[in-house]
Design a binder for this molecule. Structure first.
Ligand code: ADP
Ligand code: MG
Length: 238
């Protein structure tokens, strides 16, 4: 059974057909990268999985359960955004604990989970700082920490590194990949950066204009692109 299954999914905004029939299967523990040019529908697809956007037509399942009508908080997912979306007035510790407070977990459990996630991410020394006292890379780690504490079935990433400078971006790529190797949480990662896709993905899904042009392992796409779009997109760095 696939960890995430996307079947015949479509989406209109008004009369604009933004997602025009997408089918993707994601195996348990796999790191899948959705890649494609700006405006092709990557964020919309991710937001439908997260429950931030209604699924127009078709069906999305997580762990075999159809999630179409579930509220965002009922879905066993955690999402990392491009702009981190940290609460500026809360310490790192409280930023990480916040979603669990909402879920009414015990104080002891929250403290334990925060400590564990902080250890994994190298944030232990920073728990009492505020977001403004952190570097870009540290903030991004806190954003990851907020997801890890919830121990979700699926991580969703929407261009989480695109606000970082080039050097830090490369370092964080490696860090994220190592984190995934350690936790093995099924992950869907959106980017418009081909190199990010090639270096991070177990599976790449190439999107273009609301459809999937091809999906497969990075080298499969590189060696056997299905069409000229994939060849151009994967073959030539932006
Ligand atoms: P990507 O993440 O690949 O850059 P998006 O999923 O954000 O693409 O957007 C896909 C298309 O849908 C774009 O043409 C965008 O302008 C349009 N779009 C996205 N969100 C909305 C919305 N809430 N209302 C209307 N159009 C939207
Ligand atoms: Mg986007």
């Amino acid at each position: 059974m696939a960890a995430v299954s996307i079947k015949g999914v479509q989406k209109y905004f008004g009369t604009t057909h933004v997602i025009r029939g997408v089918d993707v299967e994601i195996a348990d523990g796999e790191f899948t990268v959705l890649v494609g040019p700006s405006g092709c529908g990557k964020s919309t697809l991710l937001r439908m999985i997260a429950g931030l956007e209604e699924i127009g037509q078709g069906e999305i399942s997580i762990g075999g359960k159809v999630i179409n009508t579930m509220q965002p908080k009922e879905r066993d997912i955690a999402m990392v955004f491009q702009n981190y979306a940290l609460y500026p007035h809360m310490k790192v510790r409280d930023n990480m604990a916040f979603s669990m407070l909402l879920a009414k977990r015990s104080k002891a459990e929250i403290a334990e989970r925060v400590a564990k996630a902080a250890g994994i991410l190298g944030l232990t020394e920073l728990l009492d700082r505020y977001p403004r006292q952190l570097s870009g890379g540290q903030r991004q780690r806190v954003a990851m920490g907020r997801c890890i504490v919830r121990d979700p079935q699926v991580f969703l990433f929407d261009e989480p590194l695109s606000n970082l400078d080039a050097k830090l971006r490369v370092a964080m790529r490696t860090e994220l990949k190592e984190l995934h190797q350690r936790l093995r949480t099924t992950s869907i990662y959106v980017t418009h950066d081909q190199i990010e896709a090639m270096t991070m993905a177990d599976q790449i899904v190439v999107m273009h204009d609301g459809i999937v042009e091809q999906r497969g392992r990075p080298l499969e796409l590189y060696d056997n692109p299905a069409n000229i779009f994939v060849a151009g997109f994967i073959g030539s760095p932006a």
